[in-house]
Design a protein around this ligand. Structure first.
Ligand SMILES: [Zn+2]
Ligand SMILES: [Zn+2]
Length: 142
């Protein structure tokens, strides 16, 4: 144990001061980095929590698909060129033109029509019209 003290005693005072200040400085840098990292983590967490709160507090219902019962209650029609030809020409989901006899659903609010199989699959995971984003059964969502 005598050696380090003896060694220190032989060193010029400026070197001891230099080594001490370097170690104090590096400690300070490490502490500052830790503090910065903590502040960054807290800030990120704050942003995530805030954005979650704003997305859940929107006035429109979340886009998670319609209840099966509501889906089945939507009007179902058989396509007829003479009746729907001017209003409805093609399904915006599969981009196929409607032909006589196609079974389709016409959404109550916006009047957009789609093949029943296409719109049923769409509304299982979305709660709005694929053409105009109108909510077909607004108010009946829980
Ligand atoms: Zn279709
Ligand atoms: Zn629509």
């Amino acid at each position: 144990m005598a050696l380090p003290l003896f060694f220190l005693g032989k060193l010029p005072i400026s070197v001891i001061v230099l080594v001490a200040s370097i170690s104090i400085l590096s400690c300070a840098i490490i502490i500052a980095m830790c503090t910065w990292r903590m502040a960054w983590i807290i800030w990120c967490h704050h942003i995530i929590v805030t954005s979650r709160q704003t997305t859940t507090s929107q006035t429109t219902p979340p886009n998670r698909g319609l209840d099966g019962k509501i889906l089945r209650s939507l009007p179902r029609v058989v396509y007829n060129l003479e009746v729907y030809g001017k209003k409805l020409t093609e399904c915006a989901i599969c981009l196929m033109e409607f032909v006589d006899g196609d079974v389709m659903r016409v959404l109550p609010h916006c009047g957009h029509g789609f093949h029943m199989s296409c719109i049923d699959r769409w509304l299982e995971c979305h709660s709005s019209c694929p053409s105009c984003r109108d909510v077909p059964v607004y108010g009946t969502m829980s």
